[in-house]
Write a protein that binds this ligand. Structure first.
Ligand SMILES: Cc1ncc(C[n+]2csc(CCOP(=O)(O)OP(=O)(O)O)c2C)c(N)n1
Ligand SMILES: [Mg+2]
Length: 295
């Protein structure tokens, strides 16, 4: 496959798209010499399933008022979103190499005024769910049937503003709003711990029954393996089928691994951000089984 060939949703194998997206994440960040790795890699399969099977979108019309919306509230994972947007045909894959350059459309955090396919600017954690609720409420008021999806990190949901929307969304009957929590068990560092060092790297939400909490606030809740495409698609479908029936927003709690898909980045906070060496890139390319031409 040539790097410029546009992949349509119907023609693609999700696993191949995800491997290629993961390669772009590592290779692009290495090329730009700075960027996040672990969060983009944990979110890749969820994003690929959304953009290649679920969202009602047309990459040729990124501003279609009736399109489904997606907000990457964990905006530091921008390169993960850009990789999937490029593969889905919003802009050329080659453009990924401009990532984080001053004059690029692909800034280090998503900019809705610059990048085709980006529905909301994010990066200051905690804000995307509120924006998404606004979009979902607008759809209700305008009589439109588009669906709004938001993805947050598990560290991000320590932000209080997330919970303002968790409380209010059911009261507005926002069954057209779905929140995906990328529960990868790690954030940048971890909780301050008196008895260890400054950062103990414990799970940000490991002590919380998130399903029970969300249900208590009036949400539907689903838990899924965030690296199993069959399970992800079945869960997305369930959400879509339920929409419009019960007035409840839905949370999808996705169990993921930070840095998933590449041996040396998997399961460690140390690859929250970082730049792969040429040797590491070679190793990753082999593990991801991508063609040489994609480098
Ligand atoms: C309001 C705010 N505080 C701090 C940061 C810096 N920051 C960027 S990523 C990150 C950790 C996020 O962890 P998590 O939400 O678990 O994301 P993931 O594991 O998916 O990378 C932090 C603290 C920020 N972007 N915004
Ligand atoms: Mg996390």
């Amino acid at each position: 496959m040539s790097p410029t060939e546009i992949l349509t949703a119907e023609e693609t194998e999700l696993d191949a798209v995800a491997r290629r997206a993961r390669w772009h994440i590592l290779n692009t960040v290495a090329s730009s010499k700075a960027g996040h790795i672990g969060g983009p890699l944990s979110a890749t399969d969820l994003l690929v399933a959304l953009y290649f099977r679920q969202l009602r979108i047309d990459p040729a019309q990124p501003q279609d008022p009736d399109r489904d919306r997606f907000i990457l509230s964990k905006g530091h994972s921008a390169i993960g979103l850009y990789s999937v947007l490029a593969l889905r045909g919003y802009f050329p894959e080659e453009e990924l190499l401009s990532f984080d350059h001053g004059d690029s459309r692909l800034q280090g955090h998503p900019d809705m005024l610059l990048t085709p396919g980006v529905d909301s600017s994010t990066g200051s954690l905690g804000q995307g769910l509120a924006s998404g609720a606004g979009m979902a409420l607008a759809a209700k008021r305008l009589g439109k049937d588009f669906h709004t999806w938001v993805m947050v990190g598990d560290g991000e949901i320590e932000e209080g503003m997330v919970w303002e929307t968790v409380i209010s969304a059911p009261r507005f009957g926002l069954d057209n709003l779905t929140l995906i929590i990328d529960l990868n068990g790690l954030q940048q560092y971890g909780w301050p711990a008196a008895d260890t060092d400054r950062f103990d790297r414990s799970e940000p939400m490991g002590h919380v029954d998130l399903e029970a909490v969300f249900r208590g606030f009036g949400w539907n809740a689903e838990t899924v393996d965030g690296h199993d495409f069959d399970a992800i698609l079945a869960t997305y479908d369930k959400v879509e089928q339920r929409r419009g029936n019960d007035g409840k927003p839905t949370v999808i709690i996705a169990n993921t691994t930070k840095g998933h898909g590449v041996s040396f980045t998997s399961g460690t906070y140390k690859w929250h951000n970082g730049v792969a060496t040429p040797e590491q890139l070679d190793l990753a390319r082999g593990e991801l089984n991508v063609e040489d031409s994609q480098r």
